[in-house]
Write a protein that binds this ligand. Sequence first.
Ligand SMILES: NC(=O)c1ccc[n+]([C@@H]2O[C@H](COP(=O)([O-])OP(=O)(O)OC[C@H]3O[C@@H](n4cnc5c(N)ncnc54)[C@H](O)[C@@H]3O)[C@@H](O)[C@H]2O)c1
Length: 308
Amino acid sequence: MKVTVVGAGAVGASCAEYIAIKDFASEVVLLDIKEGYAEGKAMDLMQTASLNGFDTKITGTTNDYLKTAGSHIAVITSGIPRKPGMTREELIGINAGIVKSVSENLVKHSPDVILIVVSNPMDTMTYLAHKVTGLPKNRIIGMGGALDSARFKYRLAEALEAPISDIDGMVIGGHSDKGMVPLTRLATRNSVLASEFLSEERLNQVLEDTKVGGATLTKLLGTSAWYAPGAAVSGLVQAIACDLKKMFPCSALLAGEYGLNDLCIGVPVILGKNGIEKIVEIELSDAEKAKMQESAEGVKKTNGLLDV
Ligand SMILES: NC(=O)c1ccc[n+]([C@@H]2O[C@H](COP(=O)([O-])OP(=O)(O)OC[C@H]3O[C@@H](n4cnc5c(N)ncnc54)[C@H](O)[C@@H]3O)[C@@H](O)[C@H]2O)c1
């Protein structure tokens, strides 16, 4: 199992580290355009192998796609992150060009690859990867909902004063401050609805805190977060690499599911060795359907800025 991670910055390196620590891949190739950067990160990570007890081989390369040849899975984290006060959508000008050339290069050297797109604005970058590569829709996956759901569970645990292992919850919709749809109606503590424990007002606060989860961290850190994004990506990679048939909300190309067409947006999917093996359609309330529709309009507006 060979995994390539393009972009050896904060998210790319964190993702490579979590993949290695989970010890399911034989090889992780880190690629970056910054001279020597990926090589340095790979060497530093390899020097944690005896300390953390993994056998995954991590190598780095400066923009040499020959080294990525034959990858089963490739993660795209290359591009600029947002600074405090910026929206993810504002990154499109620079990141679209990067994601386009990176996707083309990856597929050229690994025609059977499954792509996981992380660079923002993620739903639009996932759509762009579809447009430029023409890969079947099960083989391009956008990572956003897995992270947003982890942030949702963090906020739920905080409100319920409960350990996170007691909590379940999911965020669907666009990966943007306005577009996220945290499904508060379905959130549970050990299968009991969170609404049994929390007032509507407190649940709404959880919802709002979840939606600005990324912006809150960007304000604190001066750049966007990397530990939880890296861990979320590694979960998706593991589900595919180990054929786990696990369900995550991911950005998938829709063709009528949820009444939506010709866009990538977060919906529950089953991930296994073929990538997206199924899009799961759950019954939404009228209010959730309306939010999903509004979220889709936002994603389509950003897609309209693409030159494809
Ligand atoms: N989808 C999500 O949930 C999520 C979460 C966090 C961050 N992000 C996004 O991930 C991206 C990366 O964030 P980061 O914090 O790691 O940024 P970073 O600046 O730390 O790292 C980005 C890396 O990409 C490299 N790069 C730029 N152009 C490249 C190219 N053409 N080929 C190869 N490498 C190239 C840069 O040299 C840099 O090392 C951003 O767009 C950010 O918004 C998405």
